[in-house]
Write a protein that binds this ligand. Structure first.
Ligand SMILES: [Zn+2]
Length: 48
């Protein structure tokens, strides 16, 4: 088992790509970017 930061998954509303990123990164940026370059706002995805 590798030690990983908690990861979250978000789905790009534009293209449906599933993007994984660490919770730390997500809460820092409050957005994710899919492989195609769409920005995905994360305000609702985090907080728990
Ligand atoms: Zn996308």
């Amino acid at each position: 088992m590798t030690e990983h930061a908690h990861e979250i998954e978000v789905t790009c509303p534009e293209c449906g790509e599933v993007v994984r990123l660490s919770e730390e990164e997500a809460s820092a940026k409050m957005k994710a970017t899919c492989k195609k370059g769409h920005e995905i706002p994360l305000a609702k995805a985090i907080g728990g």
